[in-house]
Design a protein around this ligand. Structure first.
Ligand code: LCS
Length: 414
């Protein structure tokens, strides 16, 4: 099962890099295959009717049906739970399945949630436009200010939901402060840890009840799988969300799990390389006259640089910039980059660039976007693992071109 076992005691002496490669990834006991087998099956045979009955009654371990559990998926769950310092994990068919299983599994009619105002658009819309139909209320506030969160807490607040660093503004939320507030309020602290990955931030070690991810991003890292994972601090939470995952139906499938497990082995290498590129690119961008603001927690100019150093093991590889020329200049940049790919998503080995207000966060109203600090000219870059010089050269030519002539689409509009 995907929780602490004998493997765990061995892993406690291992560094993060070693655990990413070995926890849950012992050679296959049947043939010694070093790469874990993909148990590509929907269902598992019982030896007898009595055994089937015992498994359904929970009196005997073993597998029943892949929506409920699968050996390949459990290897991934064991590894990510270990990397996050959690009790156990539940892999899901997408990051949004992880978000919705956590919300559906833990919230009841009459409950109130305090959530980060600037977070991945659909996570916010799920609370704001859908769960409201079931009597769940949410306040979206600037969770980077603990005082604001404290003031938003009501007697019926049952969850503090944070995304740190936030998508796409790279604002940070102080997890120690949130854990204290949640503890006092009798609420659960849930952290979407997608932007940091367990390599750079482990919310459960800071008192969160749940850390969740879109494994589509850094954990898999190759832009070839959509997936998610929920890590719980306790056995009780894992049991509760395991039940909700069974009803919700958003379990990760074995082939998806195998691919994510393969990507996970190189998480430390990829994160280090991409972060090094991002650090250099952020400094370079800050020096450019075409760029008005660079949002990157690794810069001294980031308002929460000190918190980033305290709470994270590195600032990561997501950068947002606002161009001096506003929206039009942002669009022109997107049109002129060559190496960087114009696409949503993030956390892959290739550098991606997008425009949040019209793409990832398009479901939010202009007022909500303004409140969340997502300006019309904000451009988000997921820095990848290419050679740094090639990335700088690509942005250099796209920005230089901008000062020479207006954007082709701006010309068309005129
Ligand atoms: N949480 C965060 C912080 C995300 O960035 C995303 C997806 C999700 C959850 C949902 O995960 P999914 O279901 O897509 O696996 N973020 C995306 C983005 O910024 N661009 O495209 C998807």
């Amino acid at each position: 099962m995907a929780h602490r076992d004998d493997d765990r005691s061995r892993s406690e002496t291992w560094a993060f890099e070693t655990r990413a490669i070995h926890v849950g990834q012992d050679p296959d006991p049947q043939y010694g295959a070093v790469a874990p087998p993909i148990y590509q099956t929907s269902t598992f045979a019982f030896e007898s009717p009595a055994q089937g009955a015992r498994r359904f009654a929970g009196e005997e371990g073993g597998y029943i049906y892949s929506r409920l559990g699968n050996p390949t998926t459990e290897r991934l769950e064991q590894c990510v739970a270990d990397l996050e310092g959690g009790y156990g994990a539940l892999a899901t068919s997408s990051g949004m399945a992880a978000v919705s299983i956590v919300m559906l599994g833990l919230l009841e009619s009459g409950d109130h949630v305090v959530a980060t105002d600037c977070m991945y658009g659909p996570s916010r819309l799920l609370l704001e436009r859908e769960l409201v139909r079931f009597g769940v209320e949410a306040s979206f506030v600037d969770t980077s200010d603990a005082g604001v969160v404290e003031a938003a807490i009501r007697p019926n607040t049952r969850m503090i939901y944070v995304e740190t660093p936030s998508n796409p503004t790279l604002k940070l939320t102080d997890l120690d402060a949130m854990a204290r507030l949640a503890g006092r309020a009798g609420a659960r602290l849930v952290c979407d840890n997608t932007f940091a990955s367990p390599m750079l931030q482990r919310p459960i070690e800071r008192g969160a009840d749940i850390a969740l991810h879109s494994t589509t991003k850094y954990i898999n890292g190759h832009s070839d799988v959509v997936g998610g994972i929920i890590v719980t601090a306790t056995a009780e939470l894992r049991t509760r969300l395991d039940r909700m995952r069974a009803y919700h139906g958003g379990s990760m499938d074995p082939h998806q799990s195998w691919l994510v497990l393969r990507g996970l082995k190189t998480l430390p290498l990829r994160v280090e390389r991409a972060q090094e590129n991002a650090r250099r690119l952020a400094v370079w961008l800050e020096s450019r006259p075409e760029v008005a603001t660079v949002h990157y927690p690794g810069l001294d100019s980031h308002p929460q640089h000190e918190l980033a150093q305290r709470q994270m093991d590195g600032p990561g590889s997501m950068i947002s910039i606002e161009l001096a020329g506003g929206h039009e200049a942002g669009v022109a940049l997107l049109e002129r980059v060559g190496l960087m790919t114009l696409a949503v998503s993030l956390g892959g080995v290739e550098t991606l660039i997008e425009h949040p207000a019209s793409m990832t966060h398009a479901g939010m109203s202009p007022e909500e976007l303004a409140e969340a600090g997502i300006s019309p000219g904000l451009v988000r870059i997921s820095v990848g693992c290419e050679a740094y010089e090639d990335l700088e050269r690509d942005l250099e030519q796209a920005l230089a071109e901008q000062t020479r002539s207006p954007s082709p689409s701006a010309a068309i509009r005129r």
